[in-house]
Design a protein around this ligand. Sequence first.
Ligand SMILES: Nc1nc2c(ncn2[C@@H]2O[C@H](COP(=O)(O)OP(=O)(O)OP(=O)(O)O)[C@@H](O)[C@H]2O)c(=O)[nH]1
Length: 338
Amino acid sequence: MSKIPVTIITGFLGAGKTTLLRHLLERSAGRRIAIVVNEFGSLGIDGETLRGCAIPNCPEEDIVELTNGCLCCTVADDFIPTMEALLDRSDPPEHIVIETSGLALPKPLLKAFGWPGIRTRMTVDGVITVVDAPAVAEGRFADDPEAVARQREADDALDHDNPLEEVYEDQLDSADLVILNKTDLLDEAALSAVETALARRPRRVRTIRASEGRVDPAVLLGLSAAAEDDLAARPSHHDGAGDHEHDDFASFVMELPEQESTEAFLSRLDRVVRDHDVLRMKGYVPVAGKALRLGVQAVGGRMRHAFESGPRGESGRLVVIGLRGLDPLLVQRSFGSV
Ligand SMILES: Nc1nc2c(ncn2[C@@H]2O[C@H](COP(=O)(O)OP(=O)(O)OP(=O)(O)O)[C@@H](O)[C@H]2O)c(=O)[nH]1
C-alpha cells in the first residue's frame, strides 16, 4: 500500500501560510486534498478563510481545525487521532496539507510521523517554511541585545534570548523548501540581503520568492522528502529538551461591540498594536450601517482590512497574540471595551 504524502506548511505568525494554502487550493481543483489547520488562538479564523476559497464544491469536511492549543504540544491527544480519522475514511485523501500555528516548532510534529500506525501509512512529502521577508529585513527575528536586557530586567524568568528568533530558526532549520513571501514590500537590495542571511542557516534548502503566496502547486507538492526519516539533519533549539510549552507567548480572544466608524476603529487598532507590542491580531467586527463585517489582520505594525462575508453577528471577535506579559485587561481597556 503506498503512503499518503503529507505537506507541512510552517512559518512565523502572519508570514502568509494561510494565503499560500488558499492559493494552492484554488489551483488544485480535482485533487482530493485534506487540510489540517492549527491555530494558536482558539478562534478558527484560518479555517473560515480557507472555506471561503474559490474552489467549486470544496468539501467542508476536508478542512479539519485543531484549535485546542499548539499542534506541536498536543501531538498525542489531538493530532494522531485526527490523522488516523483521515486515513480511516472510506475515501481517504490523496494528499494532506497541514498548516501549523505560527508558534509551532515543526520537529515534535515530524516525530509524530514515526509513530506506529502513522509511519506505515503516511510520509512527510515536505516541510515548507514561509518567511515574512520584510519582518526579517526589519530585524524582527535577530537578537537585539538592548531589548533582551530590558526584557530580562522586567522578567528574570525569561529563558531564551529572543523567543521569536528561536521559533523562527527552528522553523527554517526543518524546511525542505523556503518561500520568501511578501516580496512586494521590499526592493531588490533588501531581498538579496534577506536571501544572504537565509543562506547562512545550517540547513541549506531551495528558496523561492513569492508575493501573496503565489507559488505553482507543482513546486509545493511532490517534494518526496520523507522528512520523518532524517530528523537529525533538522536541528532544533529544543533537541534534548522536554516539552515546549510556548510560555514565552500569550494569546487571548477579545469580544468587541459593533463599531461606529471603520476609520476610528482602525486607528485604535493601530495604536493598540504599537502600544502593546502585539505580534499578531486577526478577527472581525461589525460596523454600524454596514451589511458585511469588517475583517482585520495585523502582523506587527502592518495591517490589512476588508469588508467580508460571514456571519455579521452582534459583536466582533479578535485573537490577539504577543509576548508573555501581554495583559488582556490592559489591551481591552485600550479598545475601550471594558
Ligand atoms: N503585502 C503582502 N501581504 C501579504 C502577503 N502574503 C500575505 N499577506 C498578508 O499578511 C497577513 C497574514 O497572512 P496569513 O496568510 O493570514 O498569515 P499566516 O502565516 O497564515 O498567519 P498565522 O496563521 O496567524 O500565523 C494577511 O493580512 C495577508 O493578506 C504578501 O505577499 N504581501
